[in-house]
Structures are given as C-alpha cells and as structure tokens.
Design a protein around this ligand. Sequence first.
Ligand SMILES: [Zn+2]
Length: 290
Amino acid sequence: MQDQTREKKNMNPRHKVDAHVHIMTPRRVRGGIKWVRPVAPDYENLSLDVSTEQLLAHLEEEGVEAFYNFFYPLKPGESEEINEWQRSFADGCPQAIPFASLHAGDENKSALISQALERLGLVGFKFHPYIQGFALMDNRLFPVFQELEERQCPVVFHTGFSEFYRQPSMVEDTINFLKRYPRLKTIVAHMLYLDLPIADWPRLLEEYPNLYLDITNLLPYCSSDMADKEQLQFLIGTHSSRILFGSDFPMGTLYPIGQLHDLAIDICSDQISLDNIMWRTACNIVGKTL
Ligand SMILES: [Zn+2]
C-alpha cells in the first residue's frame, strides 16, 4: 500500500489531451458559465466576460496540449454557422480538435454532414439531446447516424445526470443506439452517470467494440462516493484504452481544472492507464499524433 502511494506521487501523464471542452462564442460561453455556477461554485471565480484568449491561456497553464472542442446548436437553422465558426476557431488554434454538430430539426442534414466533414474538415459530431431538446433516438436522426457510421466518423453524445437536467434517463436510448449502430465509433459522454451503475459498463464494452466512455464530471462525484470510486477504478484498470478524460471547461465541475488532473492521477493505479485516459485514447479515436 505504501509503495503504491509512493509510486503514485511520482505519476504524471506524459501528455494531456482534454476530450471535452466547450470553447464557443462569448455569448454561449457566458450562458454556460452562468448555468453551471449553482452546481459548480468554483466557476464563480471565472468571469462571465472571459475572452477566448483567456480560456485558451487557462488550458495551456494546466498543460493541456490538445482538446476536443464541442459547440452545438440550440435550435434548427444554426448548425452551418456554428460549424463554420468551429473551423475558423481551429484555424487560429492548432490545439483544438473541432467537432461539428447539427440539430434534429435542421432541414438539410445530409448536406450539413458533408460540409462539416469534407469542406470544413471537422473530425466528429457532438450531440447534447437534453440541452438541444430532442431524443437520441429521434427518427429524424436515424439517417444522420447511419451516414456517420458509414463514414466512420466519431460521435459523442451527452448522457447521464438526468435528475440535474430534469429529463428522463437516457439508459434505454443509449442501449438501443448501440444495438442499432454497432459499427459507429460512439463516445458516451459522462457514462450515463447516476442513471446506470458503473459496474454495468465492462459488459457493454465487451459487447460493443466501437464504444468509448468519457469520464467527464465523474471524478469529483466519485471521489466522495467510495463504492463508485472503486467501480470506476476497476473499470479504468481493465478498459483504459476505451476511456477518455475531459474537463467540460468552462462549464464543468472544478476550476482551475488542474484539480481534475489530480483526481485522474489519484484514481489510476498505473502509468499506462493514466496515459490512456489522459491522452492516448483521445488521440487514437481521431488519429492524432503528439
Ligand atoms: Zn459538455
């Protein structure tokens, strides 16, 4: 035990790739920080008027070398502009790995996909069914996921914390989604946390080889719940090549986000798992080399 503690004190990830960041327009960042403050008091210390440059400076100070950037439309008709914003943002910020999005109510969804992936060179798609106001299994999205599966394009979607969102649990939709698109590279953000026991994931990871789990926002909760912490520790120990770490900055849990890096170090019992969750899995999914 003592040896393990001593060894862990010296553990540090060789790189840091944050697989869950939301750098968006100042208006949307402001809305996001305001929205998260009641449950994440640390964010009282980040100004609502924070600039994009200041957000990037924070990531850099915390040693983040690259990050998945998510920005999704809240209503139909906004997607093209948002995806173009992502492209120009990433053009000026080589650390950003830009993800596209679209809305279930958009009319020209197939054209939006080819624009995003071919013309704009975005690397994947992110959806937030709760905030965007549609169900994951909305039949307007079936052709979208089918096309993304054919194109082998990674798809991230929010799950979990249903009580906080005052929305129905996404457990059933997520399982049906995996059954329906087994070849799609699917990243389940927040692992259906509080809606599905962590102990259910090893079996699902075995059953769906293209499934990945994003542990964003779990670490602060798991550090105060011993049973969850043990289950997450076990899961990381056995499946770290399928697990990604993210901060949800600037609308996450802890700020400064270095506190989350410390929790990640604390929960990993070996250097390989730590490197996998902190950068290797995220790089593998999008084919990035550091
Ligand atoms: Zn998020």
